[in-house]
Design a binder for this molecule. Structure first.
Ligand code: KIV
Ligand code: ZN
Length: 502
């Protein structure tokens, strides 16, 4: 079995997609989850992009225990210096520097000759080596670059000490056989390439990113760059969960393994979805709600006779619980904490009281409590940490022949009470208007979605809201058995994030 390194770029390429911006605390939460999932390298951001990006990388470098922490840098001195400073405190660090190599990019974007790009790549790899021994070099737009030039630039950067050579299909243009053949060509023709990892980075513009990544593995790639739920620039990147499960399920074909603890895939997917506000479609492979649901009678009959007739993987292997009744009204604190532990969550001492109180309240409203309910409570509570405004009281009057009106009492910094009322086109609009009156904040609500976390009329509702403020998008999450209360919490969550960013 050959070992495939998983390089996760959710916090860099993933965060690049419009509307996915995360604050530092959220990035740290995702990084800790990726560390526990077992990814080999976390690309924690692009240090030179902004002071916030750099700060997040620095804090991630100190927060994770096993994973290598990497910053992206263009092949320019300032970027490499910022990246080098950002990763200084990491137990294991990496700088990932890149320059475009296709004729198109060289001529129109960089306005550079091939020789100038080659010299720049060599100089910058050498400079990056003064900060860390682990330097990765990417030939941007490699799949549309001249193969002879790729060979030349890769050989040159190996001489300067690059340890990983990344071959990006930057615009998602390559087709499986073609991409596999490029990897094979590089493996067979680049001098000393056996001293390096061959990495790939595929975009999904034609829906081929996962299959291109797998084709590369068959032809010699030893590192896959990917993101949770496949988020990323434009149509996104190779989905980590898909590529990892493909390697695991088709071991016979790929003869390869990864360090990923696949039972944590669903949990990590939900965390990224909740924090970015990008919902996972029900039919999404591996982590979609229906990925293991069998509706057809013929399929159900087959499964009952022999599971393998219609199932190539087991739901529990990616983290789906059996939807069993886990806890009830009489369950105690230790049973609750134990269940969270089984689900893969670490509950901090400071969180226990509040989470237990939420659990007891929910058990009063809802007879059966499922794993999904526990996850929603925790996410909702964690989302409140560090919020300037929190909900104290909400009262709504609405109906088909009356003006929807909301009365709201908020606490500012946990203490000062502020109260207001307003009307709107519907109850959610009335809530937003009343909150805006209190806080004096203005924004536009651009997206609103509600989802029941389990079946049944008494289910907990998860609401995700996106607001736009001065050209930036902020996401909010809230969970409650009452959709209106969940909406109010989600709006406050998004608003608090926008205030913090300010
Ligand atoms: O898509 C791309 O080419 C990139 C590089 C920076 C690796 O994201
Ligand atoms: Zn990319």
């Amino acid at each position: 079995m050959k070992q495939i390194k998983i390089f996760d770029t959710t916090l860099r390429d993933g965060e690049q997609c419009p509307g996915a911006s995360l604050n530092t605390e959220e990035k740290i939460r995702i990084a800790i989850a990726l560390d526990s999932l077992g990814v080999d390298i976390i690309e924690a951001g692009f240090a030179a992009a902004s002071p916030d990006d750099k700060k997040a990388i620095m804090q991630i470098a100190e927060a994770v225990s096993n994973t290598r922490v990497c910053s992206l840098a263009r092949a320019v001195e300032r970027d490499i210096k910022e990246a080098g400073e950002a990763i200084q405190k990491a137990k294991k660090s990496r700088i990932h520097t890149f320059i475009a190599t296709s004729d198109l990019h060289l001529k129109y974007k960089l306005r550079m000759s091939k020789q100038e790009a080659l010299k720049r790549a060599c100089d910058m790899v050498s400079y990056a080596k003064t900060f860390t021994d682990d330097v990765e070099f990417s030939a941007e737009d490699a799949s549309r670059s001249d193969r002879g030039f790729l060979k030349e630039i890769f050989e040159a950067v190996i001489e300067k000490g690059a340890k990983t050579l990344n071959v990006p299909d930057t615009v998602g243009y390559a087709f499986n056989d073609e991409f596999g053949d490029l990897i094979k060509y590089l493996k067979e023709n680049v001098k000393n390439i056996d001293q390096c990892d061959i990495s790939i980075h595929c975009h999904d513009d034609l829906g081929l990113s996962v299959s291109n990544a797998l084709s590369a593995v068959l032809n010699g790639a030893t590192q896959i760059e990917c993101t949770i739920n496949g988020i990323g620039e434009r149509a996104g990147n190779t989905a980590l969960e898909e590529v990892v499960m493909a390697l695991k399920t088709r071991k016979d074909l790929f003869q390869a393994k990864t360090n990923i603890d696949t039972k944590k895939l669903l949990l990590t997917s939900k965390l990224v979805s909740n924090l970015t506000g990008f919902q996972v479609p029900p039919n999404k492979a591996i982590v979609g709600k229906n990925a293991f649901a069998h509706e057809s009678g013929i399929h159900q009959d087959g499964i009952l006779k022999k599971r393998e007739t219609y199932e190539i993987m087991q739901a529990k292997d990616v983290g789906f619980a059996n939807n069993e009744l886990v806890l009830g009204k009489h369950s105690g604190r230790s049973a609750l904490l134990d269940r969270y532990k089984t689900l893969g969550f670490e509950i901090q001492e400071s969180e226990i009281m509040k989470i237990f109180e939420r659990f007891k309240n929910l058990a009063d409203q809802k007879k059966e409590i499922f794993d999904e309910d526990l996850e929603a409570i925790l996410e909702d509570e964690r989302g409140k940490i560090g919020q300037k405004y929190t909900l104290d009281l909400l009262q709504i009057s609405t109906g088909n022949k009356m003006l929807p009106t909301a009365t709201i009492r908020l606490l500012k910094d946990g203490k000062k009470e502020m109260i207001s009322a307003d009307s709107g086109t519907g109850p959610v609009d009335a809530i937003c208007n009343a909150i805006n009156k209190i806080t004096g904040e203005k924004n536009i609500l651009t997206e609103f979605s509600v989802k029941a976390v389990t079946a049944g009329i008494d289910a907990v509702a998860e609401v995700t809201i996106k607001i736009e403020k001065q050209g930036r998008t902020f996401t909010g999450y809230g969970a409650d058995t009452d959709i209106i209360v969940a909406s109010c919490k989600a709006y406050l969550n998004a608003l608090n994030r926008s205030i913090r960013a300010k």
